[in-house]
Design a protein around this ligand. Structure first.
Ligand SMILES: Cc1cn([C@H]2C[C@H](O)[C@@H](COP(=O)(O)OP(=O)(O)O[C@H]3O[C@H](C)C(=O)[C@H](O)[C@H]3O)O2)c(=O)[nH]c1=O
Length: 348
């Protein structure tokens, strides 16, 4: 089995790769090759030393011959420009998120047209396909049957690609599945250019002893998923057999990955309870209307029936999200707190 991960050296790509390299199987069958395609391939990345791993470096649209040099059984498409980048640079978003995805779909179609296996393709879409249009406000609870009306170029690009994946699947060119990701929090590392990046930054930076700015009003409610739950969702959707019933991928609609609904104020209160006043006081509230317009247009409460049928659940509460982050990134928690001692605060 040959599996390709585009954006394989991005944050989610590395997490998905790590899981697959631990199990070394996909749907119970051994993985023969894991191809990590990315425009940046870090020299010291440890996964490069694994005998299963092959790397393809460069602009994906120009590397498709290498990606498809051998038959591709599974494609997990994570290479993308993020939301604020696409808002700042329209051409980048159209090219990286739309044109490149279409080229990838065409390459997959060419493989099956030539008698090869129709690849199973997982497209990582986003909660950003939803938006609240004044003429058509979102219902209080959103599901896959809610009409997406994105309010950002990034959301539009993701939605167009979702539709293309559905049509290529309907025509039998490939077996496409769309996972709509919630905002991933807490992301480790440096801030990224996503409009939602602060939803990691307001936890990650204070835990590292650094100041952080919160660009939205604290009563804003958001739907979050930890990196662990997000990777679990991507792989569950990738591995599920098609068909009706529990554990199967049913129909052609996307799956909204489960999100934990929480207000920014609740996130900050959790940080205060778990890490103390000095840490929580490192966060300054300074609303930025551009960020608020994008993130505030996303729904925060979902009917997760479709994800639940696949056995997926949201994180139980935000305290567990923070605990997972501290456990997975001990070196990034530099403040003295119960988290570093591995002892959750009383009551959490
Ligand atoms: C724009 C672009 C990016 N990339 C690579 C660069 C990064 O190594 C990787 C993206 O990783 P990043 O860490 O920025 O993002 P993730 O958190 O993994 O999320 C990704 O999947 C979610 C669902 C998103 O929609 C994001 O836009 C997308 O970037 O794709 C390329 O290889 N080619 C390109 O044209």
């Amino acid at each position: 089995m040959r599996i390709v991960i585009t954006g394989g050296f991005g944050f989610l790509g590395r997490q998905v790769t790590g899981t697959l390299l631990r199990t070394r199987t996909f749907r119970g069958a051994p993985i023969d090759r894991l191809v990590l395609a990315d425009r940046i391939v870090p020299a010291g990345a440890p996964e490069r030393a694994d005998p299963l791993v092959e790397t393809v470096r460069g602009d994906l649209a120009e590397c498709l011959d290498d990606v498809f040099a051998e038959p591709v059984d599974v494609l997990i498409h994570l290479a993308a420009a993020v939301s604020a980048e696409c808002e700042a640079d329209f051409d980048l978003g159209m090219s990286a998120n739309l044109d490149t995805t279409r080229a990838l779909l065409e390459a997959a179609r060419a493989q099956s047209a030539a008698g090869g296996p129709p690849p199973r393709l997982v497209f990582a879409s986003s909660v950003a396909v939803y938006g609240s249009d004044p003429a058509l406000p979102l219902p209080p609870v959103v599901s896959e049957s809610t009409l997406p009306t994105p309010r950002s170029s990034y959301g539009v690009q993701k939605l167009v690609c979702e539709q293309l994946v559905a049509d290529y699947t309907r025509r039998g060119f490939l077996d496409g599945r769309v996972a709509r990701l919630m905002t991933v929090s807490v992301r480790p590392g440096k801030p990224n250019a996503a409009a939602s990046g602060f939803l990691s930054g307001i936890i990650r930076e204070p835990l590292a002893g650094l100041p952080a700015t919160c660009p939205v009003r604290p009563d804003l409610r958001v739907a979050l998923a930890s990196p662990r739950r997000t990777v679990e969702g991507i792989l569950r959707i990738a591995e599920a057999e098609r068909g009706m019933g529990r554990g199967r991928f049913e129909g052609g609609l996307p799956v909204n990955l489960p999100g934990l609904t929480v207000s920014v104020a609740e996130m900050l209160a959790t940080l205060r309870q778990m890490a103390g006043d000095a840490v929580a006081d490192l966060v300054t509230i300074a609303p930025d209307h551009e960020v608020e317009a994008i993130v505030g247009s996303w729904p925060s409460v979902f009917d997760n029936t479709r994800a639940t049928a696949l056995g997926l659940q949201p994180d139980p509460d935000f305290a567990s999200v923070v605990r997972d982050y501290a456990a997975d990134h001990r070196d990034a928690v530099l403040v003295d707190s119960p988290l570093t001692a591995g002892q959750p605060s009383e009551g959490l």
